[in-house]
Design a protein around this ligand. Structure first.
Ligand SMILES: Nc1ncnc2c1ncn2[C@@H]1O[C@H](COP(=O)(O)OP(=O)(O)OP(=O)(O)O)[C@@H](O)[C@H]1O
Ligand SMILES: [Mg+2]
Length: 308
């Protein structure tokens, strides 16, 4: 397995052998003892997502370097690391949201259930249905709570209501009602909104809006849910609700979550990937291992707050 960690170690070691001792890696962080198997995170079962040799460039700037990692299904994978190290970039590669950024170029492979999502002819609408995304700031549509949840299924032609649907005998009002209730239940929001489903979603609190966005994501029946700092704009109580929800979702879905909050990563995730400056994946392992006994000195410094 090749990765930039090994490359920077080799560069640093050969520098050390040849001339004066080197105490900095190419990324500018302190020298460390590394192990080749860091990124070979082992787990039982098949990976849900399998990323190999992923490089991302924005124009001439490289944002991710040779990322290789397998993400297990039905679990929470946290992505942590300092600002600008490429966490959001990585997340966006998992459902090809980077396709929307003109200057972005992606090399390498990303497989979902063993099938390359970057192969020609892939249906992006279908891909993003299977790999949904929840953003940092809640972004509900300026529509009713009900319509926010049923929007995706409607777009995919799975829910038809209204006069025409009634005339054609396609009316799925009952199905819509069940869907809306189930998704809001799953997003732990039903109790709070069941008496005002026709109110505008923008009238909800920030924490409620974020859970509504999660309900909207669940409505199209995804396999994977990507979340980019989903609780960073929320107060501690709303954050706790989102954290509980993420843990519950992982029983049925594969959740990949970016967070700046170390305690949050430690609390909610099963495994943690640490990215560091320059777009390297430095270590990926069980969350307990990352926080209690990481292999990398740089990771230890980062998780104990010594830099970043
Ligand atoms: N649309 C873009 N165009 C050009 N460069 C970009 C773009 N998006 C990100 N970058 C650059 O890519 C690098 C990684 O950015 P990214 O947003 O993935 O980092 P991040 O780890 O999510 O940071 P943060 O924690 O601040 O959200 C940064 O140097 C950033 O400036
Ligand atoms: Mg980001």
């Amino acid at each position: 397995m090749s990765n930039s960690v090994n490359e920077s170690r080799e560069t640093a070691e050969s520098n050390q052998r040849s001339t004066t001792p080197v105490t900095q890696t190419t990324a500018g962080e302190s020298q460390e003892k590394t192990q080749a198997e860091w990124t070979e995170y082992e787990f039982r079962g098949e990976p849900k997502l399998s990323v190999e040799g992923l490089d991302v460039y924005y124009g001439d700037e490289q944002a991710l370097q040779g990322i290789t990692m397998d993400i297990p299904e039905n679990s929470v994978t946290a992505l942590i690391g300092p600002s600008g190290c490429g966490k959001s970039t990585f997340l966006r590669c998992l459902n090809r949201m980077n396709d929307r950024i003109k200057s972005a170029r992606v090399d390498g492979t990303v497989e979902l259930d063993g099938a390359d999502i970057y192969q020609d002819g892939i249906n992006l609408v279908e891909l993003r249905k299977r790999v949904g995304m929840v953003f940092q700031s809640p972004n509900p549509f300026p529509k009713s709570i009900r319509d926010n949840v049923s929007y995706g299924p409607r777009k995919h032609g799975e829910v038809e209501t209204g006069l025409l649907a009634r005339l054609l005998g396609d009316d799925s009002t009952d199905r819509e009602r069940e869907l809306v209730e189930r998704c809001l239940e799953q997003a732990a929001l039903w109790e709070e909104v069941n008496d005002r489903l026709d109110d505008n979603a923008l009238g909800l609190s920030g924490g409620q809006q974020q859970r509504l966005c999660i309900a909207r994501c669940l409505a199209v029946d995804p396999d994977v849910i990507l979340m980019d700092e989903p609780a960073s704009a929320l107060d501690p109580i709303a954050t706790a609700k989102i954290e509980d929800l993420i843990e519950e979702l992982a029983e049925e879905y594969t959740v990949v979550v970016v967070t700046h909050n170390m305690q949050q990563a430690a609390r909610i995730s099963d495994q943690t990937a640490v990215f560091l400056t320059g777009g390297e994946l430095v270590e990926f392992d069980d969350t307990d291992k990352i926080f209690e006994n990481p292999e990398s000195q740089r990771v230890e410094d980062y998780v104990t707050g010594k830099f970043g």
